[in-house]
Design a protein around this ligand. Structure first.
Ligand code: NDP
Length: 229
């Protein structure tokens, strides 16, 4: 199977690349910086040509277009929209509105932009699956805490975008879902997070492998439990 993944330089995205290569899949990885590309070089060298690296900033229209023209030369089976930023975690009185807009550009608009640009290649694939890594912090029903305006609002917007595009693409046989990875020990999750990236990614790959038409437009955690909207 051929997978495309965004935000592959570290954390959950890096672990997706690692596990997919381990099980024999082909991966096209989008990476934002030169430093990130360097970090993935050893995996690329050991992949026997199964890992291809591409520069990608999901918040930049031109970057997404260049990325799409590189990966759309062949069919894509599964797209994993993983790239994300935490935004500034501040109280109501300290909200930095420019930061909220930047966080939206990456977390909410990035996955939409990438999915739309890769659509021709997804339609030529056999699996036709898109997984969007969101967060339980984007659950309206689950929020009793407040704070983290930029992150929470961007993930709610992502969730609606994905529900919407799932409706739009269902007729073309594309299954699109939202996945909450758990609280994962990465730069974003922090050192106190209980879940190693390996366990989170194993769980999410298990869900992606089992996706069927009836799952489209739904919101699951890494263990397959449905998350309330
Ligand atoms: P990290 O901060 O460890 O990694 C984020 C990744 O996204 C990096 O590869 C980063 O690239 C990339 N990225 C950021 N901005 C862009 C951009 N504009 N274009 C392309 N790539 C970009 O985070 P995690 O691995 O923890 O998070 C991955 C996903 O999981 C995110 O969507 C996050 O919201 C979600 N999530 C994580 C949780 C956790 O506990 N860790 C909990 C719930 C959800 P670079 O290295 O270049 O900055």
């Amino acid at each position: 199977m051929r997978y495309v993944i965004t935000g592959a330089s570290r954390g959950i995205g890096f672990e997706f690349v690692h596990q997919l290569l381990e099980r024999g899949d082909i991966v096209d990885a989008g990476v934002r910086t030169e430093e990130g590309l360097q970090r993935l070089e050893p995996l690329k060298r050991g992949s026997a040509g199964r890992l291809r690296l591409h520069p990608l900033d999901v918040a930049e229209e031109r970057s997404v277009r260049t990325f799409a023209s590189a990966v759309c030369t062949e069919p894509v089976d599964v797209l994993i929209n993983n790239a994300g930023v935490p935004g500034l975690w501040c109280a109501l009185t300290d909200v930095d509105y420019a930061d909220v807009v930047r966080t939206f550009a990456v977390n909410a608009l990035g996955p939409l932009r990438v999915t739309s640009a890769l659509l021709p290649a997804l339609l030529r694939g056999v699996a036709r699956k898109v997984a969007h890594v969101t967060s339980r912090m984007g659950s309206l029903a689950g929020n009793s805490e407040g704070g983290a305006y930029a992150y929470r609002m961007s993930k709610v917007a992502l969730n609606m975008g994905v529900r919407n595009l799932s409706n739009d693409l269902r007729g073309q046989g594309i299954v699109s879902v939202l996945l909450h990875p758990g609280w994962v020990k990465t730069d974003m999750g922090g050192p106190d997070a209980p879940l190693p990236p390996g366990d989170s990614v194993r769980g999410m790959l298990n869900i992606i492998d089992g996706l069927r038409a009836e799952h489209s437009g739904r919101f699951f955690d890494y263990q397959g439990e449905e998350v309330p909207w």
